[in-house]
Write a protein that binds this ligand. Structure first.
Ligand code: HEC
Length: 282
């Protein structure tokens, strides 16, 4: 298993270098996207997502056309759709990790960048091999000037096509195609709250099976499975609503030493345990 993982890594790295030498990425030279002035008044705020990797809060907004999208597959946003994510750097501790507020959420600082994607008929042709549907991408600073101009937006297109900057491995698929190249649509539709996950539900299982938390900690469990599940305490202390894919449930931990067993009321072998640990010695 370990050997296999290493082979995959090495071959991905090699092909990145190879592609870099043989192709210069292509992108639009003019801004067809347009700075979405006034979006806070006219767009729908979909979700605030705590991005651990980038130490960011990403607040996702949809214009009224994009907000009509339904969770049916394959997802196909109507022409005229505009999606935005606002990038907020977050407050960090001495180790460079994000500080969590009393609700277990990142603490956003001042708005830094506004990332915009717009879908119109014929958009995206200039990306050539990296084209993803009919979207074009630009990012702006809050004053409306470019952060990433159209000519640099091939990187946006590449990642929204493949889910990363590396080329798709042979036999792989463009992972985002069935979602019209938009990420985390399950959170849009599944009522996920965008908090960091402390546990997930996958393949009829809670992962991890035993969740360790600190007294008073707010923690979130996501449904990453394709079926509906819930999180119900055996002793009746709590019961989540039914969650579809992308849905999440946030709980508050009690006193140290508390141990609560929980289950999914639809799947009798899905069982887990929450253990409230003693706070670390200072
Ligand atoms: C390395 C991968 C990557 C690159 C490069 C990238 N994005 Fe994204 N983008 C994401 C991911 C992943 C999300 C979902 C939120 C998250 O995971 O933080 C996202 C979300 C978005 C969204 C909200 C809609 C959605 O898909 O969820 C917009 C709008 C967006 N990106 C625009 C851009 C623009 C404009 C650029 C280039 C300036 C860009 N992105 C570059 C990965 C990328």
């Amino acid at each position: 298993m370990a050997t296999f993982a290493w082979i995959m890594l090495i071959s991905a790295a090699t092909s990145v270098i190879f592609v870099g030498h043989t192709q210069s990425p292509s992108a639009p030279t003019e801004d067809h996207v347009g700075f979405p002035a006034g979006y806070r008044d006219s767009f729908k705020r979909l979700i605030a997502f705590d991005n651990w990797q980038n130490r960011q809060v990403r607040v996702i907004w949809a214009n009224s056309i994009a907000a009509t999208i339904q969770p049916s597959q394959p997802i196909n946003f109507p022409y005229g759709s505009v999606l935005i994510f606002e990038d907020y750097p977050v407050q960090m501790d001495a180790n460079g990790d994000p500080v969590l507020d009393g609700n277990g959420r990142f603490i956003p600082q001042d708005l830094r960048t506004i990332f915009v994607m717009r879908k119109e008929p014929g958009f995206g042709a200039d990306y050539k091999d990296l084209r993803n549907g009919e979207w074009e991408y630009v990012s702006y600073l809050p004053d409306g000037s470019f952060a990433t101009p159209p000519s640099g937006s091939f990187a946006c297109a590449a990642c929204h096509l493949n889910g990363g900057s590396a080329p798709v491995p042979s036999g792989g698929r463009h992972m985002n195609a069935e979602n019209d190249f938009v990420f985390r649509t399950s959170l849009f539709f599944g009522n996920g709250n965008g908090a960091l996950p402390k546990g997930t539900m996958q393949n009829y299982r809670y992962v991890p099976n035993i969740i360790h938390v600190q007294p008073g900690e707010m923690f979130t469990i996501y449904n990453d499975d394709d079926l509906m599940h819930n999180v119900v305490a055996d002793d009746g202390t709590f019961a989540s609503p039914t969650m579809t894919k992308g849905g999440s449930f946030t709980l508050k931990a009690g006193e140290p030493g508390t141990v609560i067993n929980f289950h999914c009321s639809f799947h009798n072998r899905m069982r887990g345990t929450i253990v409230v640990d003693a706070p670390p010695q200072q």
